[in-house]
Design a protein around this ligand. Structure first.
Ligand code: AMP
Length: 189
């Protein structure tokens, strides 16, 4: 059985998903992280979607996800963060695993935009800081744990990409919450 975390960009779903996965001993799979870890020609193709704020094609992300989910560490349980993003992906997921609870993390578009602009990440440990809201790093744009410079994602600083991602969230991702409303637990992000 798989637990889903669904929320708009910068809702904090990744942070929450990691905390719950750690507490339960489940594996946290972020499809955004899977895509960002790609290399070579595949990376070029993936980046051509991500930097514009578009979803990568369903078949491509499904292949990567299937490969990850069949690893032995996923046997105890999986928390999926960032998948499914549309109804078709939800259908594909149901063919692989039963969907358990769905945690919706809600934020307004206004808050999401403000947070995205201030989001700085650590490439090494994956922690996301926020220099506008919180949590701020102790030293300016340096990771507290790894002591290396933080970076901003290209799709977080491109206003057009941000608008596109939020529009896709409302049009394509939110219908999943309607379809599976009996499984949804709503939280404010
Ligand atoms: P995230 O880290 O979840 O914000 O995802 C960053 C970007 O990766 C998204 O804007 C999409 O371009 C892509 N992405 C992540 N998950 C998916 C998915 N399930 N389907 C398609 N594209 C995805």
């Amino acid at each position: 059985m798989i637990i889903l975390f669904i929320g708009a960009q910068a809702s904090g779903k990744g942070t929450q998903a990691k905390i719950i996965a750690g507490k339960k001993g489940f594996v946290h799979i972020s499809t955004g992280d899977l895509l960002r870890a790609a290399t070579g020609e595949l990376k070029k193709e993936i980046d051509s979607y991500i930097t514009k704020g578009k979803l990568v094609p369903d078949e491509l992300i499904l292949e990567l996800l299937k490969e990850r989910i069949k690893q032995p560490d996923c046997k105890k349980g999986v928390i999926l963060d960032g998948y499914p993003r549309n109804l078709q992906q939800a259908e594909e997921l149901e063919k692989i695993e039963k969907i358990g609870k769905i945690f919706e993390i809600w934020v307004s578009d206004e808050t999401a935009k403000k947070r995205l602009m201030g989001r700085w990440n650590c490439k090494k440990c994956g922690v996301a800081y926020n220099i506008v809201t919180a949590p701020r790093p102790k030293k300016d744009k340096i990771c507290d744990g790894c002591n290396i410079p933080l970076y901003q994602r290209e799709d977080d600083i491109n206003e057009e990409a941000i608008e596109k991602r939020l529009a896709i969230y409302h049009e394509e991702t939110e219908p999943i919450l309607k379809k599976y409303k009996d499984k949804v637990i709503r939280n404010n992000g």
